[in-house]
Design a binder for this molecule. Structure first.
Ligand code: BG6
Length: 509
């Protein structure tokens, strides 16, 4: 895999028609349209392209163009060049229709043929399913029935599917079976927007592009790994979805386990999609699913009560819009996972994620073993923590290596000092939504950053036993953390009993 900062020096994607199901939804206006526009500005959209939005909302091409023009003013991540946008807008079309109705897909087929003719496009079509997961199977079936998924030389048909991929192991398997009845695995691009983040993609370059880290990237030198994905936001307007999901399904099953597998995987044989994905799945397969008593020992769940975020009162989860007032859904999770292979045996991987926490941050902390500082006297290391490497995924992207140095002055006492790399100071950074790389990769047929089904299955196999135990044992203490804190006390105890502490590395840049 290469990191693709998408500077505009790459070749444009293949000419294609991009069909977005869920064209009037939030994801489309906040992320997809701005990302497509960014690709166009970087000359990475093919010159020959068209966009067709499909949604239930009644509208037409003209009204849709006016809507996306309004939206882009609000959500663009770079200044919008009028001529560039006008070209984008005039290549955008809309059809409204019910996803259950065959007519919608006949209409779509005609529209695709029409825009292909108008803009001199090849037969390539990218279908983006930015819709409720309950429609994934239906839409793919309808596309197949309408003959729209059939590939021919020079005419690929690719489908990007948003998360969640299934609600549990069985439903993920059912969905996969349903999809693969209609299309081949090579046509399914299961998107994970965390893999579009620059710093996440940089994990591989950092690990395998530097000669100094790989030799120590194992149980002999590494004491623990922590992955924290903390949000200050609550569930916002997504209570209906979230209350049936919870943070473990929403964040752990996909984003966090995927990041963990990039941290823990063996060097891939090459950077092609399958080599990388083969190594990632091996990590997930090495995480043995927990027995029920291990779930009780190694996991903590929480739900936020009312509290203070940035000095403002925020309501308890159970009083959020579309949330059941008796809800037992977890908005916080912490767990200890073990990757049972030669590289990682006995090294705990602690992960935690939650909504309405004290900070908005995604950090990966690699804790190295304590060095024998005997040379410098008994108490020389009293004030220092062992070396840590911190990968800051967001909001301040970069890497910090915490080293030990002598404090200036007479005598020898030692302090932690950061060696700090910040992406913001690293040449030109491009304003991005995080979806550019993924859309571009789909257009060039690079599946590296998309989930293959075996890894989806493997991550459900890790998460499912935990959810089963939680389902059987209702939490009696919810809500058990106040908004604006770091989660329930039990999460601190979980890590302390393993002899560690949670680290949040506040940057002082
Ligand atoms: C989404 C989850 O996948 O990721 C949301 O459904 C969450 O609940 C979001 O807020 C976090 O993404 P990011 O990029 O803001 O960290």
């Amino acid at each position: 895999m290469t990191t693709k900062p998408l500077t505009g020096h790459e070749c444009p994607g293949d000419p294609c028609t991009i069909v977005i199901f869920g064209a009037s939804g939030d994801l489309t206006k906040r992320k997809l349209m701005p990302a497509l526009y960014n690709l166009k500005a970087l000359k990475l959209l093919p010159e020959n392209f068209a966009v067709i939005g499909v949604a239930v909302t009644d509208s037409n091409d003209e009204l849709y163009r006016a809507k996306i023009t309004d939206d882009i003013k609000q959500f663009a991540t770079r200044s919008v060049d009028q001529a560039e946008w006008d070209d984008f807008a005039k290549r955008s079309y809309y059809i409204s229709g019910d996803f259950n109705s065959a007519d919608t897909f006949t209409h779509l087929g005609n529209k695709i043929a029409e825009v292909q003719k108008t803009w001199n496009l090849t037969g390539n079509v990218l279908f983006y399913l930015a819709i409720s997961p309950s429609f994934f199977g239906k839409v793919v079936e309808q596309l197949d029935t309408a003959g729209l998924t059939k590939e021919n030389p020079g005419a690929w048909r690719r489908i990007i599917i948003e998360k969640p991929f299934g609600h549990d192991l069985q439903s993920a398997r059912d969905l996969n079976k349903e999809l693969t009845t209609h299309v081949d695995e090579s046509q399914i691009y299961r998107i994970d927007h965390y893999l579009g983040k620059e710093t996440v993609q940089n994990i591989m370059v950092f690990r395998f592009g530097n000669s100094v880290y790989e030799p120590i990237w194992n149980r002999r030198y590494i004491d623990y790994v922590q992955i924290t994905v903390a949000e200050k936001l609550g569930v916002e307007l997504r209570g209906g979805y979230y209350d049936h999901s919870g943070v473990t399904r929403d964040m752990v099953q996909n984003h966090i386990l995927s990041v963990l597998s990039l941290i823990a995987m063996e060097p891939p044989a090459s950077i092609s999609g399958d080599s990388v994905r083969n190594e990632k799945v091996k990590v997930l397969e090495a995480i043995r699913p927990m027995e029920p008593e291990e779930v009780l020992m190694n996991t903590v769940r929480g739900q936020y009560g009312a509290g203070l975020i940035d000095g403002k009162n925020v309501p308890a989860y159970r009083t959020e819009k579309d949330v059941d007032p008796q809800s037992n859904t977890e908005t916080f999770v912490a767990m200890k996972l073990m990757v049972e292979n030669w590289r990682w045996a006995d090294v705990p991987f602690f992960i935690r994620s939650g909504k309405r926490l004290a900070e908005h941050t995604t950090q990966i902390v690699i804790g190295f073993k304590r060095s024998p500082l005997l040379l410098f006297g008994k108490n020389a290391d009293a004030d220092v923590t062992p070396n840590r490497l911190v990968i800051h995924v967001q909001p301040d992207e970069g890497i910090t290596m915490d080293i030990h140095a002598k404090k200036p002055g007479p005598g020898v006492s030692i302090a932690n000092v950061p060696l700090d790399f910040s992406y913001a100071e690293f040449g030109e950074t491009t304003a991005a939504t995080g979806y550019e790389t993924l859309l571009y990769d789909c257009m060039i047929g690079d599946m590296t950053l998309f989930h293959r089904y075996d890894s989806v299955d493997a991550s459900w196999r890790i998460v499912n036993p935990i959810l089963d135990v939680w389902q059987a044992l209702h939490p009696r203490d919810f809500p058990n953390y106040a908004a604006g804190t770091w989660g329930p006390e039990a999460a601190t105890k979980l890590i302390e009993k393993a002899g560690h502490q949670w680290h949040y590395y506040k940057l002082d840049r």
